[in-house]
Design a binder for this molecule. Structure first.
Ligand code: PLP
Length: 389
């Protein structure tokens, strides 16, 4: 078993209060929210309360702007395919960036391949920032949607969404942001950011897996992607995942209350970790920016002359759970598209280690990691024919 969990960007443990809030909707109030008897109506009321809590966390004016989904991936699909299909008579051009999560990138590629859309994939700078000017320059007559992530899941870059929102607002274009890594870590306000569509996912902030939401600003046209019953105001069919939705609502409530204190505590540990690694290990390069434009919980380094996977196996043997990139690309031998987009050469990109912090991490966890990591890297470098010491 892992004693120290440092992979909170992949997923987080369900908070005990969240688990407690969910339980009655699995055992007692298991009715279908569309039915009329009381155990069903109790479930319907819980869904409605959760909707209010999620709306409050992201500053939505009306809880009816929240549509529950099966997670961040579905929210991204619904936003992008839904907007593309609704607006295709107006134009077929979409703007995104090269460092989006695959839930966005592969959805854009799908539209390109099967439905004849034209996608612009914007470059980023060496810290992973999308420049608002590049968005302005890419906008064309036939552009219908801009989709840029709020914070990157691998290197923690917080994108200038508000500035991009101001540019997009001047045109008759929808603006979507994948805020899956941002919600619960940093303040998110849909009105301040000027977004029309925003994706979030419960399991990234101590809620359950398999549930998320898409914020759809009032008046934004979306073609549903799942057909069936009239749930979610006909925008997402299927019997609601009531316990999951209740868990998402509770996690959103707690995230709102703890946002500031969590960011403060976690970023302190983040900075200690970054400083410790840079002091103790040579030939390392930090991926992503430093300071306030980096997610408070994210650390990502490339260690030259070593393979990320080998570091992970060695850490696991010592009880530490970490990642070499995003959970979805682990297992593939291709280097991360994000690290390549910020200009890391292939060999360097292969030696990446992502450490992402959460509420359950302590100072001792960081001390332990800093104690064992230099030895692991040295051992692996000693075995590398490329390393000359
Ligand atoms: N978008 C980003 C930025 C993510 O980090 C993730 C998950 O890692 C997703 C989307 C997909 O979310 P989910 O796991 O809820 O489908």
């Amino acid at each position: 078993m892992n004693k120290i969990y440092l992979d909170h960007a992949a997923t987080t443990p369900v908070a005990p209060e969240v688990f407690k809030a969910m339980e009655p909707y699995l055992t007692q109030f298991y009715g279908n929210p569309s039915s009329i008897y009381s155990i069903a109506q109790k479930a319907a009321m819980a869904v409605s309360e959760a909707r209010e809590k999620v709306a409050a966390l992201i500053g939505a004016d009306d809880e009816r702007e929240i549509i529950f989904t099966s997670g961040g991936t579905e929210a991204d699909n619904l936003a992008i395919k839904g907007a593309a299909m609704a607006l295709q008579n107006k134009g077929k051009h979409i703007i995104t960036s090269k460092i989006e999560h695959h839930a966005v990138l592969h959805t854009c590629e799908y539209l390109e391949k099967y439905l004849g859309f034209d996608i612009t994939y914007l470059d980023v700078d060496d810290e992973g920032f999308v420049s608002p000017e590049s968005v302005a320059e890419a906008i064309r007559e036939d552009t219908i949607l801009v989709t840029i992530m709020m914070a990157n899941n691998e290197i923690g870059t917080i994108e200038p969404i508000k500035e991009i929102g101001e540019i997009v607002e001047k045109h008759d274009i929808y603006f979507h942001t994948d805020a899956v890594q941002a919600v619960g870590q940093i303040p998110v306000d849909v009105n301040e950011l000027k977004v029309d569509l925003l994706s979030l996912s419960a399991h990234k902030f101590n809620g359950p897996k398999g549930v998320g939401a898409l914020y759809i600003r009032k008046g934004t046209r979306i073609v549903p992607q799942i057909s069936g019953g009239a749930q979610e105001r006909k925008r997402r069919a299927g019997t609601e995942n009531v316990p999951g939705i209740v868990g998402l609502g509770k996690a959103a409530e707690i995230a709102g209350e703890k946002l500031e204190s969590k960011a403060e505590e976690v970023s302190r540990l983040r900075d200690k970790l970054i400083q410790g690694i840079e002091e103790k290990i040579n030939e390392v390069v930090l991926n992503g920016p430093r300071g306030k434009d980096r997610l408070p919980n994210n650390v990502n380094f490339c260690f030259r002359y070593v393979e990320g996977e080998s570091i992970l196996l060695n850490l696991d043997m010592l009880g530490i759970a970490a990642s070499s990139g995003s959970a979805c690309t682990s297992g593939s031998l291709d280097p991360s598209h994000v690290l390549l987009a910020i200009g890391r050469p292939h060999e360097t990109a292969h030696g990446s280690l992502r450490l992402t912090l959460g509420l359950d991490n302590t100072e001792e966890d960081i001390d332990y990691l800093l104690e064992v990591l230099p030895g692991i890297i040295q051992k692996l470098r000693d075995m590398s024919p490329l390393y000359e010491g």
